[in-house]
Ligand binder design. Sequence first.
Ligand SMILES: NC(=O)c1ccc[n+]([C@@H]2O[C@H](COP(=O)([O-])OP(=O)(O)OC[C@H]3O[C@@H](n4cnc5c(N)ncnc54)[C@H](OP(=O)(O)O)[C@@H]3O)[C@@H](O)[C@H]2O)c1
Length: 283
Amino acid sequence: MNSDKNRVTPKVWLITGCSTGFGRALAEAVLKQGDYLLATARKPEQLRALTKHYPETAKAVRLDVTVSQDIQAAVDTAIATFGRIDVLVNNAGYGLIGALEEVNDTDIRRQFETNFFGALRLIRTVLPLMRQQGSGHIVNMSSTAGLVGFGGSSIYCGAKFALEGTSEALAKEVKSFGIKVTLIEPGAFRTDFNGRSLAAAEQSIDAYVPVSGASLQWFKEMDGKQLGNPRSAAQAIIQAVESPHPPMRLALGTDAMSLIQEKLEWVKTDLDAWQQVTVSTDY
Ligand SMILES: NC(=O)c1ccc[n+]([C@@H]2O[C@H](COP(=O)([O-])OP(=O)(O)OC[C@H]3O[C@@H](n4cnc5c(N)ncnc54)[C@H](OP(=O)(O)O)[C@@H]3O)[C@@H](O)[C@H]2O)c1
């Protein structure tokens, strides 16, 4: 079953949002290398080709990350079918374009429900099992926008920054239980993200046209032309999961690389320039 002779046992993965994009590419890659997968999607009929091709190692279930019952049922099915969960990948998510003043409460809550609270629900459901196993890896699909704020995406960035902070702290909470946590920070990748997975604020304020309007335009124009290949991303994620020393953060794409480096320099520039004030506030 296992094509790589160096791998001792196949892993059991649970991946959210396997219908298209990163989730789909990762689902296909882990199955191809002989691992087991609980593939999940809001519409599980979209996963038929996967389960047909890998009837012994893939099982598909319905999972909307905003529905708690779906989450518990999916985790129960993974345990009943495969006996354990080695890797949880919180991939499901969508983009929200709109300046903070343009988006409404419903837009904001919906974005956090899916991109942040959805992942937390999955993690909290899986952690008791991983603690019992004494092992596990939680992979959270963040974004370059989890480290860099982009004008016109304040709420998307807010939800991804929240995921980053929670993941970094979680890694410290669960390290002694043998559980690892990794954040994936892709740049622009050729998935359905810029198309059907991009929501825009209903209200548009003229003053923000050069910011959020331009941003929406950019996403539309880039659709299908993004630099990143999701299949290569899947291989990179697998490499991180298989590593004896997985990274806390894995940036993906040359755009991610330069944007994150710019951010780090910005943080350092402010820290250095204001050092005297910073250290002047102790008793
Ligand atoms: N592509 C990029 O440039 C990029 C860059 C950085 C980060 N990301 C992140 O990558 C992740 C995956 O996106 P993608 O680029 O692969 O786009 P995609 O091809 O549009 O895939 C998005 C996936 O998320 C699922 N999803 C959305 N809401 C859900 C919910 N409530 N419950 C369960 N599944 C839900 C979608 O399911 P349906 O088919 O049912 O809609 C779909 O499977 C997202 O977290 C996104 O923020 C993407």
